[in-house]
Every structure is written in structure tokens, then in C-alpha cells.
Design a protein around this ligand. Structure first.
Ligand SMILES: [Mg+2]
Length: 267
């Protein structure tokens, strides 16, 4: 039952906004959820931005949230490294601020770009549009010759832009995989660590019965929510069309046009 839900985890792009355009009445949406006693968190596979950059984006759209409500695949990847790799690493990163900051905050040393003079304990891949051949060569060197653990923040092979679909982090990971014959460990949606981190962030009252994942993508948001045992809510305001939904074997618990319709049903 929709009314049992007390915790909602939101994907952002395609759900709360389209790139730089917020969904209509976004501040009112969160005010109404608060009145209903529903707590919210935000889960993104985008590993390039920091939580405070997201807080600033919400603020521009008139919504006040706290950094700890934001869970990025960079944070969850850094936490995974924190549990599995001895400090201080070092870690070799193919990525940007979001991942570098998260890994440093876990107490690791991050190697300079292209540095193969010392072995990295792990290579973490979290997307960078300015990536070059030398980034890949260094990452592959650490994995092949230094036996570095190979970790990817998220598996998305493409993402939508104004010019259409462009290569995403999954495509960068695939290049390094091809160059090393090693299989990466991948952390973001649809894999469980991201959802587990959001549940843990809510506290002990949150569980699989009263928590739902709200997203616009079937193979990450909805499949991942299901893998984690959560309720799932698909909104059709993003990348999934009605015909794609009809053809998919992935079945969300609830389907709404957008978050406005979700709110009307929650009330
Ligand atoms: Mg989305």
C-alpha cells in the first residue's frame, strides 16, 4: 500500500528535474511530503558531483535539503574502498571532484593523474568528460602490473544529453576491462550498496516495507530497488516511455506520470 510508505529514495534527473529545469511546484512537493511525515533521500549514479553541489542545485530550485540526504555512487564507492582497502591506499582515480573528495574523506591518498611511479591499491572509475588515453593507460597499468583492485562507481554505458545519448561511465569501465582482462566490482544502482546506504541513512525505523525507490529508469532505479527488496515507483517524466515499459520484464509496484501524480496518490 502506498500509504504505508514513510521513506522515499529519489533518483533526481528525470524525476525531480530535467537537467536544469525543475519539475513544476518542486518546493511544494517536498513541503507536502514533510506534512505527510515522509522522509526523503536522493540517490544518484552520477559520481562527478559532491553532495554540497547537489544541495546548491536544490537551493536554486527553492528546496532546502542537507548534504547527508544525498547519496552519490562516489560516496558509496569510497565507503566500499574504506571497508575493503587498507589505508592510505593509495587510490588511482579516473574521475572528478565528487569521487576524489569522497575517497580523500575516507582517509585515502589519491595518486596524481597519470602517476604509475608507485602501485595503487585500487583503481576507482567514476567518469570524467576530459578523460584521455593516458588516464586509461595509467589505470590499466595499476590493474595489470600492480594488481590494483578494479572498482567502478556505476555501470551506465550511456546517458542522455541535448545531443542524444553519449558514452557514460560504464563505457569507460568497459575500455579498462578490455585493456586488462579484469572484471570490475561495480557499486552504484542497480547494485545493492547504494540502496543499503540510503536505508542506513534513514535510521533503524526504515525497512523494506515502508521504503520505496522512486525513479525514471527501469534497469537501474527500479531493478535496483527490487534487488534491495524495496517497493518501487516508476515515473514517466524521464527516460522510460510507455512503450518501453510495456515491453520490459521489469515491473514496478507503482507507475505514475510524474511526482505530482505520486503526491496526489500519497495524500
Ligand atoms: Mg533518472
Amino acid at each position: 500500500m502506498l500509504q504505508q510508505l514513510k521513506y522515499l529514495i529519489f533518483d533526481m534527473d528525470g524525476v525531480l528535474w530535467q537537467d536544469n529545469t525543475p519539475m513544476p511546484e518542486l518546493p511544494n512537493f517536498f513541503a507536502e511530503l514533510a506534512l505527510l511525515g515522509i522522509q526523503v533521500a536522493f540517490a544518484t549514479n552520477n559520481a562527478t558531483r559532491t553532495p554540497s553541489q547537489y544541495v546548491a542545485k536544490f537551493k536554486r530550485f527553492g528546496v532546502a535539503i542537507k548534504p547527508k540526504q544525498i547519496m552519490t555512487s562516489a560516496l558509496v564507492t569510497a565507503a566500499f574502498l574504506g571497508q575493503t582497502v587498507k589505508k592510505p591506499g593509495p587510490i588511482y582515480i579516473v574521475g572528478r571532484d565528487g569521487l576524489i573528495e569522497a575517497v580523500e574523506q575516507q582517509g585515502f591518498e589519491v595518486l596524481p593523474r597519470f602517476d604509475i611511479s608507485r602501485p595503487a591499491a585500487a583503481v576507482a572509475v567514476g567518469f570524467n568528460q576530459e578523460v584521455t588515453y593516458d588516464d586509461f593507460a595509467a589505470a590499466a597499468h595499476h590493474i595489470r602490473y600492480y594488481n590494483a583492485r578494479f572498482v567502478g562507481c556505476n555501470p551506465d554505458t550511456t546517458f542522455p544529453t541535448e545531443r542524444g545519448l553519449v558514452p557514460g561511465n560504464g563505457s569507460l569501465i568497459a575500455l579498462i576491462q578490455a585493456a586488462t582482462d579484469q572484471t570490475p566490482e561495480i557499486i552504484g544502482k542497480p547494485y545493492p550498496p547504494m540502496f543499503e546506504a540510503c536505508l542506513a541513512g534513514f535510521g533503524p525505523q526504515a525497512n523494506q516495507q515502508n521504503t520505496a525507490m522512486v525513479g525514471d529508469r527501469l534497469n537501474t532505479d527500479i531493478l535496483g530497488g527490487q534487488n534491495a527488496g524495496l517497493k518501487t515507483i516508476l515515473v514517466l517524466s524521464g527516460v522510460t516511455s510507455k512503450s518501453e515499459l510495456a515491453e520490459s520484464s521489469i515491473r514496478p509496484d507503482y507507475i505514475f506520470q510524474d511526482i505530482q501524480e505520486l503526491l496526489n496518490q500519497l495524500k
